[in-house]
Design a protein around this ligand. Structure first.
Ligand SMILES: *Cc1c(COP(=O)(O)O)cnc(C)c1O
Length: 376
């Protein structure tokens, strides 16, 4: 849990890191045991309560300013477990329409089979969210900044609506990372991450996160015990280790992305730039308020020329799915994260074939700019 007198940089290093209490080593040892003495309580990896799991979860909870957290084996395991823990047959959910492709696909293909109805709305106008609420609605699910168009949803506004109708609120906070945006501070109930991205930060692990107060996390943990999906000890150890540098990494990514977005905006070969830190972005004012740490390391742009040729010419920036690593990567959402959407669904949310999405790394900005400049 957060020590209010400590800043995020200090918490990223020290919160939830017990170190080696036996020999005095500075680093939490890896405890791979899957079997524990049951006297004094049952510890078991699938119960989310083994030592490396607790260390990672406590550091995440400190950074998200929540009472507790759970670490799952993937972002989708965390997201879907959290969603299913909210509902029973006959219930209804409201989703923002521009979601991570995997979440979108899971909602469309899974929920109706269990008798759970849903409505997807453009949440950049909160009237759409309120209008979608029915008598049987249980929760509102948003993602901001969104993937891949970096749309901003007004979190304080979502919380106001949710309180009025007594609904739970969930957010996919992956793009912002806990460094830039802490939705719990604005009253959002359940915070989700693909920890594969900024939390891991080195493109070498897969995990998912649920962070919330005990009241919200207990029922999610209960469902998670049934579904499985916990991260293992090795992954949790690596998550705890990786989080010690998250503030440094994300600050550099924020700085690089803001400068790069500004440079791209002034480039005549670029048709459009999507970055919430640009003053002409429709969500700029809200982003500035709800993302006190920075606008993040993700940006998208539409080229005037051919995207395939442009990507083939890049040398430093690698074509890759996933994001949030220390290295800059680029991809085409219509071929990757949103390939499973029909062309009509993509058009509806505004994803064109000329759109490329850049995950800005921690390299020197000049090297990133030079690579893009020569490829254009
Ligand atoms: C990657 C991602 C996910 C899914 O996470 P996995 O770790 O791949 O399961 C969910 N939401 C967002 C925004 C993502 O970028």
């Amino acid at each position: 849990m957060k020590n209010p007198s400590q800043s995020k940089s200090t918490l990223s290093v020290h919160a939830g890191s017990p170190g080696d209490t036996q020999f005095g080593g500075l680093v939490t040892p890896l405890f791979p045991a899957a079997a524990y003495d049951y006297h004094g309580g049952v510890r078991y990896p699938r119960y989310f309560n083994t030592p490396n799991h607790r260390a990672a979860a406590e550091k995440i909870a400190a950074l998200e300013n929540t009472e507790d957290a759970l670490v799952f084996s993937s972002g989708m395991a965390a997201i879907f477990t959290a969603i299913m823990a909210q509902v029973k047959a006959g219930d209804h959910l409201v989703f923002q329409n521009d979601l991570y492709g995997g979440t979108h696909h899971a909602v469309v293909n899974e929920l109706n089979r269990y008798g759970i109805a849903y409505t997807m709305v453009d949440a950049s106008d909160l009237k759409n969210v309120e209008n979608a609420i029915r008598k049987n609605t249980r929760a509102i699910y948003v993602e901001t900044p969104s993937n891949p168009l970096l749309k901003i949803t007004d979190l304080a506004g979502v919380v106001r609506i949710a309180k009025k109708y007594k609904l739970n609120t969930l957010i996919d906070n992956t793009f912002a990372s806990p460094v830039n945006q802490n939705p719990a501070d604005l009253g959002i109930d359940i915070i989700l991450h693909s920890g594969t991205k900024y939390i891991g930060g080195h493109s070498d692990l897969m995990c998912g996160v649920v962070a919330a107060s005990k009241k919200f996390i207990d029922p999610i943990r209960q469902s998670a015990l049934h579904f499985g999906g916990n991260a293992d000890a090795n992954t949790c150890w690596l998550v705890e280790r990786s989080l010690k540098t998250i503030v440094l990494r994300v600050r550099q990514q924020n700085e690089n992305a803001l400068q790069l977005a500004t440079w791209l905006s002034a480039n005549k070969k670029i048709a459009k730039v999507f970055y919430p830190g640009l003053k002409n972005h429709p969500g700029y004012a809200i982003a500035k308020k709800q993302m006190p740490g920075g606008f993040g390391g993700m940006l998208s742009f539409e080229l005037k020329g051919d995207a395939d040729k442009f990507i083939a010419k890049l040398e430093l920036i690698k074509p890759a799915v996933s994001l949030g690593g220390v290295e800059s990567t680029i991809n085409q959402p219509h071929k990757t994260s949103h390939a499973k959407l029909t062309p009509a669904e993509r058009k509806k949310v505004g994803i064109s074939d000329k759109l490329v999405r850049l995950s800005v790394g921690i390299e020197d900005l000049e090297d990133i700019v030079r690579d893009i400049d020569s490829a254009i």
